[in-house]
Design a binder for this molecule. Structure first.
Ligand code: GDP
Length: 460
């Protein structure tokens, strides 16, 4: 591939002012190019003579002009992120210095890197497989603890190991069966059919496990959509505000955080819960009356968890039970948390006893019971399953490749049962291998790589 010949450079930190910025240079000439603009405190010291994995303090100069004082990390191929010679220059984070540095490097022979090109090189040089390269992007994009954990596990080879092992054993069978084809006249069986069946069962169970992890993976990455539904004036907006306020209070308690909380999202137990159609909650009452039920149903359909809220101080038990049932029918398998609100306005606790099907009683207005609701919300997601070592599929591309593998394996199993010919069997096994190989990148196309890496930021 041609990209190995040139040397690329990019600002790896976000552009704009900051205490420091990092410029990354990778390629066969990375060290020479950096050396041509570097002055060590001891002028005899050159980067080109330096060992790999070393740090160097010094100046960057453009001719006689001093551009910046810097710290340079130097890596020699193949012991670097990309597998090539890599220099990372820690500069002072001024936009002017960032621009000057890039201009200088380009003038000295480097080329501006395309999005994800460093990681693409790492993949091309066998430093990581495709699933790991994709996890680098996921890690950078991770916004909560669970997403971070899953991306970290994948980056360290979680998906690769699962898939590579299955592929390896399947390759063995493919070769044995293809060998049989060479001896077609002698009617021999090198590939033990029973062992193949056992392997297919193992593949099926691994593939099924990975496929079913996708729904959790999706929830982790995208946030878990929650619908708050109930009659007008039940206290839905008040409850949402109470939940969001709790979130803001927690965030602003963390010293030094200036991060804006995303409106209508809360973070619990390392997961993000996203409240859908919150604008609808704030609309004028008559508008809600008019479109209430359809809107509630549409929200339930989009949600993964439903909060159904009613005003306990006004509700009537029998009609409430009927509404709750309707909501639950619509929700199907989705958890519905039934909440009696405004318990502060009840005259006696006995009044609540009339609503046996409630999961929680709270007062949104007085922030009573919010924590219990949060705990309840969290318990609806099977997050306790998520261990550091669990492989969770978060990537749609992997998910689709796994679905196709599942079909292939079924076809092979059927073929074995009906005793299809060796060449057809070999063909089906090759298909399964190709689909598994798509995940790790053993089988790729330029288009696919282009698509994946175009979503990366420049400098990664
Ligand atoms: P929504 O139409 O379901 O969004 O209801 P709102 O959140 O706008 O609340 C309707 C009214 O009920 C407002 O006047 C709230 O202050 C009041 N309200 C909400 N929660 C409580 C509560 O826990 N106790 C009491 N007493 N009033 C509440």
């Amino acid at each position: 591939m041609s990209y190995i010949e040139d040397t690329i450079c990019a600002l790896a930190t976000p552009p704009g002012m900051g205490a420091i910025g990092v410029i990354r240079v990778s390629g066969p000439k990375a060290i020479e190019i950096a050396d041509s603009i570097y002055r060590a405190p001891n002028p005899k010291k050159k980067l080109v003579d330096a060992k790999g994995q070393t740090l160097h303090f010094g100046s960057i100069v453009d001719g006689e002009n001093l551009v910046d004082e810097v710290l340079i990390s130097l890596f020699r191929a193949p012991h670097s992120y990309t597998g090539e010679n890599v220099v990372e220059i820690n500069i002072h984070g001024s936009t002017f210095i960032q621009r000057r540095m890039m201009e200088l490097l380009i003038r000295k022979g480097a080329r501006s890197a395309r999005p994800g090109e460093f990681t693409l090189r790492a993949f091309g040089n066998g430093k990581m497989d495709l699933s790991q390269a994709e996890a680098v992007g996921d890690l950078i994009a991770s916004e909560n603890e669970a997403a971070h954990k899953v991306a970290m596990h994948q980056m360290r080879g979680g998906v690769r190991q699962e898939v590579a092992k299955l592929r390896e054993e399947l390759i063995n069978f493919a070769s044995l069966i293809e060998l049989e084809l060479d001896f077609a006249e002698e009617d021999v069986e090198f590939a033990d059919r029973t062992a193949l069946e056992t392997l297919l069962n193992t593949i099926t169970s691994t593939v099924n496990r990975l496929i079913s992890s996708f729904s959790l993976g999706n929830a982790i990455v995208e946030g878990i959509p929650v619908a708050i539904v109930g009659a007008p004036n039940a206290g839905k907006s008040t409850l949402l505000n109470a939940l969001l306020k709790e979130e803001r209070a927690i965030v602003s308690d963390i010293e030094g955080t200036t991060r804006d909380t995303v409106e209508d999202e809360i973070h619990l137990g390392g997961l993000t819960f996203r409240f859908i159609d919150t604008a609808g909650l704030r609309e004028a009452q008559d508008e809600i009356e008019r479109i209430g039920i359809e809107r509630s149903y549409a929200k339930i359909d989009q949600a993964k968890v439903v909060l159904y809220l009613f005003d306990a101080s006004k509700a009537e038990a029998s009609s409430e039970a009927e509404r709750i049932q309707k909501i639950k029918d619509r929700a199907g398998d989705k958890p519905v948390i039934v909440i009696a609100n405004k318990v502060d306005a009840l005259r006696s606790a006995d009044e609540l006893a009339a609503f046996p099907t409630t999961d929680l009683q709270l007062s949104a207005k007085h922030h009573k019971g919010i924590q219990e609701l949060e705990e309840h919300l969290l318990s609806t997601v099977e997050i306790e399953r998520l261990q550091e070592s669990d492989t969770v599929i978060t990537n749609t591309r992997h998910y689709e490749a796994l679905l196709r593998t599942q079909e292939d394996v079924e076809r092979i199993q059927n073929g074995l049962n009906t005793g299809i010919s060796g060449d057809l069997l070999a063909f089906d096994i090759r298909q399964a291998l190709a689909h598994l190989g798509e995940i790790t990148g053993e089988i790729t196309t330029d288009d696919l790589l282009g698509n994946i890496f175009a979503n990366f930021c420049i400098g990664k």
